[in-house]
Design a protein around this ligand. Structure first.
Ligand code: SF4
Length: 270
């Protein structure tokens, strides 16, 4: 786990998702660095997704992107589709009153943790602030699933906590550039009630994490999800957890390492 000079532990939305889904999985993944073998198809998809993010960043910075588009038909088709579906997002404001930044990074300390977020694009003016996020996997999840994902909850929460915008003036929009047909978006408006609820849930989860980490230092494992949970069905740690015998076990082992938690900025939502 990464420690800052003041010994805060850095956490991202992906780690909160994992912690909430199964604390034991969080332990195996981040504290013990047990990784599953990489799947070439998945790797290729992630590389393409990262390239799209990079391209959008270069565009936002005013750097030329034509040569990249010419060299990659897939990227070109995503970019054209996106430009067609949301031209207003690609238009840089000329009024000097609007703040725009891609890969916008923010941190917020909660308890002994430093929560980190990276917005693919932040557009803010004196009225409102919009967080935008690009997704390059084919099928958008349901809005309900996306709403409960820590990416949505944490991204909105951190902006409200670290800016002067009221929650009601903040929104987050996911753009699925590879959706069948044309790019689709899912937008979340924020509210004070949601903000309070997220703060409560976050504090609860982090208090639990502190407790589990203390126990872990005393050789006690993080809790598992209940037996029979669907989470175990496709989990790479099923054999290790004595849940499903047939699942492939992890391949890499190392001693527990508290420096292993790092922000992964371009993670797709599971
Ligand atoms: S097998 Fe089940 S209990 Fe074990 S880490 Fe995976 S989800 Fe958690």
């Amino acid at each position: 786990m990464l420690s800052t000079p003041t010994q805060l532990l850095r956490l991202s939305q992906g780690q909160l998702n994992l912690l909430e889904a199964c604390p034991r999985k969080f332990q195996h993944t981040y504290l013990e660095k047990l990784n599953s073998p990489s799947n070439p198809e998945q790797e290729e998809r992630q590389t393409l997704g990262s390239r799209f993010h990079l391209l959008m960043q270069q565009r936002e910075m005013g750097l030329p992107i034509d040569s990249f588009l010419e060299a990659d038909a897939q990227l070109q088709s995503w970019m054209l589709g996106f430009a067609d579906a949301a031209p207003e997002i690609l238009t840089t404001a000329s009024d000097n009153q609007t703040f725009r930044e891609s890969e916008h990074y923010r941190t917020l300390q909660v308890q002994d943790y430093l929560l980190t977020v990276i917005y693919d694009l932040l557009i803010a003016d004196n009225q409102q602030a919009q967080i935008l996020d690009w997704k390059t996997y084919p099928k958008p999840p349901s809005k309900r699933k996306l709403e409960s994902n820590w990416q949505t909850r944490l991204y909105l929460y951190v902006l409200a906590e670290t800016s002067d915008y009221l929650p009601e003036k903040i929104s987050m929009t996911y753009w699925f550039v590879q959706s069948e047909g044309k790019p689709q978006n899912i937008k979340f408006n924020y509210s004070t009630a949601q903000h309070t609820q997220t703060g409560k849930k976050l504090n609860q989860l982090l208090s639990q994490l502190t407790h589990w980490l203390e126990n872990y230092q005393n050789n006690q494992q993080f809790p598992q999800v209940l037996e029979g949970s669907k989470n175990c069905d496709y989990c790479q740690f099923a054999k290790r957890c004595d849940r499903i015998q047939s699942t492939e076990e992890t391949v890499k082992e190392s001693l527990p390492n508290f420096d292993s938690i790092q922000e992964v900025s371009l993670n797709p939502i599971d």
